[in-house]
Design a protein around this ligand. Structure first.
Ligand code: F6P
Length: 367
């Protein structure tokens, strides 16, 4: 089928590499098909309010290395469950999917490229079911999307977290301190695990393995006894102690969306350790630094490949699918297969075993 006009939106939390995808979709749609490309602003919100801009080769020039998304994004604004709060705090939920659908029709889009993580792609699938030709493009620093080897944005986040760990290690060693680095990842420990291995962490705590504080402290004691009175701990924001719960923060957005915002386990852990040993403990929360800035070469290439392949799939009419990395190829998987699946670190995976085999404590008694 010929492509005349396509739309693209970026939804959910941003990450490095989004602009590489926008650029690839725009260039490929124009160069290969002579199509017009419409950028939808601020995720699905732009569909509800008809906020769009035309994307051209010129307007997407020089954005390959730029962090964030030139289209803007939001992790609010699900048109099917649009949430608004009254002055008295009452939350009202409306269905604005008809408005979004009307915008797609008014724009006469042959395809809507939905770039996002699990939540955004689920919304994309809902639009597909009501008649919008959708192709999903997987994004998230958390790498927790099923059916793709990697999501773009993840490698950049790992690189940033690894560099932060390297820096904390040198200061921790100088001062003989226990240094804790808290990283993102939601309910998956991929960033903590891979950046922790890459940065030589002594202890890595991930959501998938509730940790035993005594095992953690014992590792620090043993290191001190063995002549290394400093330790570096990588902890994922979703980690929790055995029998305990995750640490969360309150915010207006989380109240409105009813989704808890993870964060604070690093400081909680620091206190738990301080109460048990004499060493000084410091905690750093890396936060959104993992999401900003220039993508790594890997994420630029992955984003470009996914964008280009998505346009090819649209030209072949393969809607209701997501482009996915099945190394070494990009393949198509049904959006339907993604619904509600979050890919987490298998607790007895090779990667976890590898970490434990070289003496990294994973919060359980194996090292
Ligand atoms: O899903 C990406 C992510 O960065 C998570 O790792 C983190 O828990 C969350 O988004 C933070 O969201 P926000 O930008 O709303 O603080």
């Amino acid at each position: 089928m010929g492509l005349k006009k396509v739309g693209i939106l970026t939804g959910g939390g941003d990450c490095s590499g989004l602009n590489a995808v926008i650029r690839a979709v725009t260039r490929s749609a124009i160069i290969e098909h002579g199509a017009k490309v419409i950028g939808i602003e601020s995720g699905f919100e732009g569909l509800v309010f008809n906020h769009t801009q035309e994307l051209t080769i010129k307007s997407t020039r020089d954005i390959l290395t730029l962090g964030g998304t030139i289209l803007g994004t939001t992790n609010k604004g699900n048109p099917f469950e649009w949430r608004e709060q009254d002055h008295d705090g009452t939350i009202h939920v409306h269905d604005h999917s008809d408005k979004a659908l009307q915008t797609v029709r008014d724009l006469e889009l042959d395809c809507l490229f939905v770039v996002g993580g699990e939540g955004t792609l689920e919304i994309g699938y809902k639009f597909q079911k009501i008649g919008v030709p959708v192709i999903g493009i997987p994004k998230t620093i958390d790498n927790d999307l099923d059916k793709t080897d990697y999501t773009f944005g993840y490698q950049t986040a790992v690189h940033v977290a690894c560099e932060a760990l390297d820096r904390l290690t040198t200061t921790g060693r100088s001062h003989q301190r226990v240094m804790i680095l808290e990283v993102m990842g939601r309910t998956a420990g991929w960033i903590a695990l891979e950046a922790g291995i890459a940065g030589g962490a002594h202890i890595i705590l991930i959501p998938e393995i509730p940790y035993d504080i005594e095992s953690v402290v014992e590792k620090i004691r043993l290191r001190a006894k063995g002549g290394s009175p400093y330790s570096v701990i990588m902890v994922a924001e979703g980690a929790k102690p055995i029998g305990g719960d995750v640490v969360t923060q309150e915010s207006a957005t989380t109240r409105l969306q009813g989704v808890p915002q993870l964060g604070g386990i690093g400081f909680y852990l620091a206190n738990e350790i301080k109460n048990r040993i004499e060493l000084e403990v410091r905690c750093t929360v890396l936060g959104h630094i993992q999401r900003g800035g220039t993508p790594t070469a890997f994420d630029r290439v992955l984003g470009t490949r996914l964008g280009s392949h998505a346009v090819q799939a649209a030209a072949e009419g393969k809607f209701g699918t997501m482009v996915a990395l099945n190394t070494p190829d990009i393949e198509l998987v049904p959006l339907e297969d993604l619904a509600g699946v979050v890919r987490r670190v298998p607790v007895d995976s090779q990667l976890v075993k590898c970490a434990e085999s070289i003496g990294i404590n994973m919060g359980r008694d194996k090292s």
